[in-house]
Write a protein that binds this ligand. Structure first.
Ligand SMILES: Nc1nc2c(c(CN[C@H]3C=C[C@H](O)[C@@H]3O)cn2[C@@H]2O[C@H](COP(=O)(O)O)[C@@H](O)[C@H]2O)c(=O)[nH]1
Length: 306
């Protein structure tokens, strides 16, 4: 994940629309330095968990589809997590690699008990097929084999996922440079670590290398907390719910500056407290904060990456 850190820092130092407010970073770090509010993974109680390989399969399918819920104002991440959990509880072979390759849009919709087409439904189906196909071809159908081959390293896991599954290659070109974000690949590593409490399939010795997961909730939280500042034109686009094109300067800056800001907060908290802090812990706290305040306006980009 060094390339995620390094390229996000580069965007932050060449940014035109989003800036980091260093006094906002310092005052937030000061506020949380003694106790970063601990948020339990699965604090909402919405995920499938059986302590075995089926949970790994569930999390991989979940994170293959963990993007862009906002086009349907009634949909959110919880619907996906709960819908997939119930599907697996009703039929433990629902996510077998051969089955994943055959789902249609209406079947996926029915599985999630959603009464109308899902946002970006065709892409969601295509990505399910991709996951089923590549799991079958290279990992004997099982996401748990993918995890086993990573030697307890989140960095290896992200590299393996992004090399095998094109849908996870979350990157863009910004001012002539390739910028790596890898949101869904990294969140899968963090979900494993969180679900299995750092043991078994969740034992990742380098979990500190994972960055925050650049989605559409955390930038809005950081702006609200005075850590990120937007240009006048970007603010007005977000406030009027106008779409921001995937890969545009504004979009890349929103995501990369969020990653870099969380790194700066983490380093500042570490300096002040003398304790190690994980970006994953900061992410979960900031995300949980954001979903409690649905009135926070977030940017809108049609994307399969987040
Ligand atoms: N940075 C960050 N982004 C996250 C998550 C999660 C869920 N993680 C689970 C893991 C453990 C916990 O128990 C969580 O339940 C989803 N998202 C992103 O949010 C957006 C959805 O928003 P809304 O439309 O309002 O549901 C969408 O881009 C989605 O990809 C996270 O943890 N961090």
């Amino acid at each position: 994940m060094e390339e995620v850190r390094a390229t996000s820092a580069w965007v932050a130092s060449h940014s035109s629309h989003v800036t980091l407010d260093s006094s906002g970073i310092e005052s937030l770090a000061e506020k949380i330095k003694d106790s970063i509010p601990k948020v339990e993974w699965n604090f909402e109680g919405i995920h499938f968990f059986d302590n075995g390989p089926l949970t790994v399969q569930y999390l991989f399918v979940l994170d293959a589809l963990n993007f862009c819920f906002w086009p349907d104002s009634e949909m959110n991440y919880d619907h996906l997590a709960v819908g997939l959990k119930e599907a697996l509880q009703n039929d433990s072979s629902a996510f077998d690699a051969d089955r994943l390759q055959k789902y249609t849009g209406p079947e996926l919709r029915k599985m999630l008990k959603w009464p109308r087409p899902l946002p970006l439904e065709d892409e969601r189906v295509r990505l399910l097929h991709e996951v089923g196909f590549e799991l079958e071809k290279s990992f004997d159908g099982k996401a748990s084999n993918l995890v086993k081959s990573c030697e307890k390293s989140a960095a290896n896991l992200v590299a393996l996922i992004t090399s095998h599954f094109p849908g996870f290659r979350d990157h863009s070109v910004y001012k002539g440079r390739q910028i790596f974000i890898y949101k869904r690949a990294q969140i899968f590593a963090a979900d494993l670590w969180g679900a299995f409490k750092g043991q078994g399939y969740g034992e990742l010795k380098d979990i500190e290398s994972v960055t925050m997961f650049a989605d559409y909730i955390v930038p809005a939280v950081l702006q609200h907390l005075g850590v990120l500042r937007y240009s006048h034109s970007l603010s007005s686009i977000i406030e009027s719910n106008r779409e921001i094109t995937s890969g545009s300067e504004e979009e890349v800056e929103l995501r990369a500056c969020t990653i870099h800001a969380v790194e700066e907060i983490r380093e500042s908290v570490q300096r002040k407290s003398g304790k190690q802090v994980l970006s994953v812990e900061l992410d979960l706290w900031l995300w949980a904060y954001g979903v409690r305040y649905p009135s926070l306006q977030h940017h809108r980009t049609l994307s399969i990456y987040y």
